[in-house]
Write a new protein. Sequence first.
Lengths: 243, 261, 229
Amino acid sequence: MESATSAVAETTARPEAMRIGVTTAVFAAAGVLLAVGLLAAFWWAPTDASAMGFSQKILYFHAPIAWCGLLSFGVAFVAGILYLRRQDAKYDLLGVAAVRLGLLFSGLVMATGMIWGKAAWGVFWAWEPRLTTFLIACLLYAGYFVLRSTVEEESRRATYAALFAIIAFVDVPITFFATRLLPEGLHPVVIRPTGTGMVAADAVALFVSMAGMTLLLVGMLRVELGIETLREELHYLKNRLGR
Amino acid sequence: MARDGTPAPAPHAGGEPGAGAATGDGPEILVEGISKVFGRRDVLRDVSFTVERGGFLALFGPNGAGKTTTLRIVATLLSPSSGAVRVAGHDLKDDPMPVRRAIGFISHNPLLYRDLTAEENLRFYADMYGVTDDGRRIRDLLERVELSHRRFDVVRTFSKGMLQRLAIARALLHRPRVLLLDEPHSGLDPHAVDILDGLLDEIRSEHTFIMVTHSLRKGLELADQVMILDGGRIVFRQTGQVAEDAFAAVYREHVHEGALV
Amino acid sequence: MSLGMRQYRAMVRKDIIAELRTKEMVVSMFLFVVLAMIVFHYAFTVRGSVRLSLLTGGMLWVVFVFGALLGLNRSFVHEKDEGCLDGLLLCPVDRVTIFLAKTTANLVFLAIIQLLAVPVFLLFFSTSDVVSNLPGLLAVVVVADIGITTLGTLLATISMNTRSRDLLLPIIFLPLIIPLLIAAASGTAKVFNGDAGLSSLLGVLTFLVVYDAVFLVLAYGTYDFAIGE
């Protein structure tokens, strides 16, 4: 019993990510950037001349969220590689946090995408490359959690999760290109290779929003990682005391 | 020995076991400070021992003590969380392939494909190990384990005893220097036990052994080194012959059933 | 013959002999494929303007992918059910060789099913003259099969070690195979709709080859982790 209580004592120090300080600063910066970006989007950027009208403003949410979703999955990919090389459990926890947030953001992409679709073109759903890719990504990464739930032994679970995060991330661009093999749908291509097809003010607002959203993701990742770490500890202690 | 606080080993007759076989390269099996952690469970803690060439180590201990884990680590089926293992002069982590060639493994699972015949099973393993004279070797081994008459029968039709005999043939096919046995007698009928013991006697001097067993008698009969594992640690280790009743007392003394984790 | 080649052939031979002896897997796969096609016929029977030939390319690949899943789930069935995985891992064999052998065996089984199923398919759905573009169809099928078995074997290695083996594989396999399915279905649809020539299939074939290459490299790099311990 004594060893268990001392174990409790040594593990209740808060994870680094949850201490006031760096994380708050990150969130504050994110908040400022997002506020500026969205203000710019709604007040200064001209309303879109085409039929989409005001609903085009959703882009300033939709695109940054999509970018962050992909970024989060990318973090999971890197975390997977690092886990396989170094066998350090913290990379596994980072992977879980990153996939969870990636799923959250992907869900939001689909939601904003569907709202935009209905407002601009009258349909909730269209089988076009970006939306479809995110849909598939949602299902794919949901499988990540199903996979984790079927393996009981911790290091094997972490190994398989890492492998899956790597395979899944490689598949996302492949899926995107595959969906483009079939004829293109209604989704407007916003950023073309020859420069953004938008007015200068729009571009600034968009990139500021992107930066803000990215910082938001970083902050959320830190918090999520902290939560995951604590959850792990809790699980472990429950098991030990339960014996 | 001081590491696990056990009494100093009793003096034993003769020099190192397997006298005359020492090649001067060091022990055949060298296990140094291995631990194994599954998640957060410490299954093995700082286990070290050596087995000289031609030696026979019997490994005892209660269930969950880590005996099978230790054996699987030496067999390259598991990698230790820390520590090092050398078998036949090769390090397991750097050089697992020569180690695998040098090891034969017999457990209560015969590792045979039920839908293949005895011959096909042995041919498969002969191919996997790169055995050059496979035709003759298979024939000889089948004779030795008294299964020549069932050579072309599908293994699904074999009894447990016959499966184990074929498994012995499988394990010896590639002429391994080291044999690792995990409770090989469990579940066998007396005839199969006899054949197994007879074979072990025959090949005793040509090989190095580690045997995990619950049978005190069998273990002590064959071994020249005994070890007890409990809770992932070595709690007793001694070289030389040990009498059965003396050992039973030692076992009761050192093993605490139902210990706290 | 090098040791690696000898081991590879031994493993492929073992899987094929074991399967031929019981025929459990190929019979089930074949029955499934034929039954699925019958179901499709009734599900898609419409009178009027819909040209069935527009759908048949996709139908064929849905049937193949789900049939392949049945086989992939059984990739390691002998090793798992009979506890022989240790036997395989004890051998001085490169883990990647094991992967290649298993993939090859799965490929052989899938090919057998397809050889039997395609004539039946053509019988049921009598699409336009396929023979004129047989090389095109064959090319698509071969390259797609390689992708299915490569990715499938890799994932089956992972799923066989989990608690819900058979249930997990479709969940992790299907999302990942969608790009291949899109390409193969669109290529096959072109063939069935009378698009002559290999050149019209170039885009599809290139995509499939890239897909196969990517996952082969990925499997090569990660297989030790998938099968070990």
